[in-house]
Design a protein around this ligand. Structure first.
Ligand SMILES: Cc1cc2nc3c(=O)[nH]c(=O)nc-3n(C[C@H](O)[C@H](O)[C@H](O)COP(=O)(O)OP(=O)(O)OC[C@H]3O[C@@H](n4cnc5c(N)ncnc54)[C@H](O)[C@@H]3O)c2cc1C
Length: 470
């Protein structure tokens, strides 16, 4: 059932076994799975379509590297899936491990902990199947020359088709559901703990036209996207100055993106090889493509971060140059962070202040990867390469980003190192969980949504049977 919280006939003081805050990818994934066994309430800040006053809640300050807080997320049913590109890939095993050259690396789970959810996630995201192994997907001989090189590896991407807009796709199912009640235009504005401070007792709700309510829930799951998850925890400071779940000052820290850098221009000797690298291919009805990466031994030897490089201009003709661009993993950095601004929004909540920062390890990785990949392409005999002048010395002039927000409630075994535990439960609180890429301890060199969907499905399994009251 879908209700509009602005409607005065809709009661905003409610009780529910499970409260999901946010009706985007993570929230809808969890609601659909949990609702097979229990009643679920979902709070969604927006309606069915974008609305200017709703979207303006996402405005804030970017005080670090230039960043748009509004263009990179959407506040209505389906969330940012309303304009995501549908690129999906899986993390490498390496991405979960502690790497001695990457400070703060390592998750308290391994890739094998979420791999059982890949098929279900691929189904939800309309990927056809969860096959990401380049060798299983093609035997095109034009690709073999790249991976015969001792430094290079391939990774595969699959594309969501038709690209999954979670609100549009699942609206009918949500409307028809007997076990899901979805409240539109319902903004969670505060998490309130019980007297002992060990549980979330209630969640305050507001509409932009001033209706208010209090929801008491057995279990609360934050699914607001990585910036808002941190903001809501930090802004819930009426009972504790530092905000909920933030006893060790970890909430909002370790904000990560995927820095995008143009590594070099390539003037190919043999276009056919380039087309082999650039081509989008079909696996049944679904499309996939490849990116290049450095293998693990090279990353270890160079002490650099993980990356995915793409040959960009798919339409390019003989005689034209191809731009080789890379999407990098960002080094986890406690000083790259989300905090609260002094300005307040129309709900009375402090706006967000984002300080996106890179480290010397990021810049070293850009330079080293450019040199390695240029060397590898040269030794394959693919053509002439011109690496940006920065690769020897200065940082690149322009660093792009993927609109991927990660890390602000990172997963760690200890509350001193992170906000949630291996089950995505907020350390120190019995009934508060977080879903979405804010739990990422490291961001991998891959678009985040496939992994966050898999983690949300895993969380639903964890919660199954654990939910009580109120
Ligand atoms: C232009 C663009 C292209 C992208 N392309 C890709 C891609 O190709 N591949 C990929 O993997 N990822 C891509 N992404 C990222 C992808 O969209 C996100 O990873 C994904 O949407 C995150 O899902 P989520 O559920 O965590 O957050 P969201 O989808 O943002 O959902 C959060 C929901 O919570 C609601 N909400 C927020 N605060 C509150 C509150 N206080 N109370 C109630 N509700 C609230 C919001 O309205 C929203 O519906 C792209 C992003 C952008 C901007």
């Amino acid at each position: 059932m879908i209700l509009d919280a602005r409607n005065s006939a809709v009661e905003l003081n409610r009780r529910t076994p499970i409260l999901i805050i946010g009706g985007g990818v993570a929230g809808i994934t969890l609601a659909r799975k949990l609702a097979r066994h229990t009643r679920v309430t979902v709070l969604e800040a927006g309606g069915f379509e974008p609305e200017a006053d709703v979207q303006s809640i996402y405005e804030g300050e970017a005080v670090g590297l230039p960043y748009s807080l509004t263009a990179t997320r959407l506040r209505f049913l389906g969330g940012t899936s309303n304009h995501w590109g549908g690129w999906c890939g899986r993390f490498d095993d390496l991405d979960f491990r502690v790497r001695d050259w990457v400070p703060h690396s390592g998750w308290p789970i391994e890739s094998s902990d979420i791999a059982p959810y890949y098929a279900e996630a691929a189904d939800l995201l309309d990927l056809g199947r969860a096959e990401f192994s380049p060798a299983a997907l093609t035997d095109d001989p034009r690709l073999a020359a790249f991976t015969a090189n001792p430094w290079l590896d391939h990774r595969a991407f699959r594309f969501s088709l038709p690209v999954t807009r979670f609100g549009a796709k699942y609206r009918g199912e949500l409307e028809a559901s007997d076990t899901i009640e979805l409240l539109l235009h319902a903004n969670a504005t505060e998490l309130r703990m019980d007297e002992a401070g060990g549980r979330i007792a209630e969640v305050r709700v507001r509409t932009l036209d001033g209706r208010r309510g209090t929801i008491r829930a057995g279990t609360v799951i934050l699914c607001c996207g990585a910036i808002e998850n941190a903001r809501l925890l930090l802004a819930s400071r009426n009972q504790v100055d530092h905000g909920v779940g933030n006893a060790h000052d970890r909430v909002g820290r370790f904000f990560m993106e995927h820095p995008h850098v143009n590594l070099m221009d390539l003037l190919p000797r043999d276009m056919d090889w380039c087309y082999g690298q650039m081509a989008l291919r079909k696996d049944g009805d679904h499309w996939f493509g490849f990116g290049l990466t450095l293998n693990e031994e090279v990353m270890r030897a160079d002490r650099c971060l993980n990356l995915t490089a793409h040959f960009m201009n798919r339409e390019c003709q003989a005689g034209e140059t191809v731009t080789v661009s890379a999407m990098f993993e960002q080094a986890p950095n406690p000083d790259s962070r989300v905090t609260l601004s002094d300005a307040v929004d129309a709900l009375g909540l402090p706006r967000v202040r984002l300080d996106w920062q890179l480290t010397e390890l990021d810049r070293h990785s850009f330079r080293r990867a450019a040199q390695r990949i240029a060397g590898a392409l040269g030794s394959i005999g693919l053509g002439r390469v011109r690496v940006g002048a920065w690769a020897g010395d200065d940082p690149p002039e322009r660093i792009g980003y993927g609109s991927h927000h990660m890390g602000t409630t990172r997963m760690a075994a200890s509350p001193r190192d992170g906000v949630v535990d291996a089950d995505c439960r907020v350390h120190g609180l019995d009934n508060l969980y977080v879903a979405g890429s804010s739990v990422y301890a490291t961001g991998g060199p891959i678009n985040p949504t496939f992994t966050l969907t898999s983690l949300a499905l895993r969380l639903a399994d964890h919660l199954q049977g654990r939910t009580t009251g109120p």
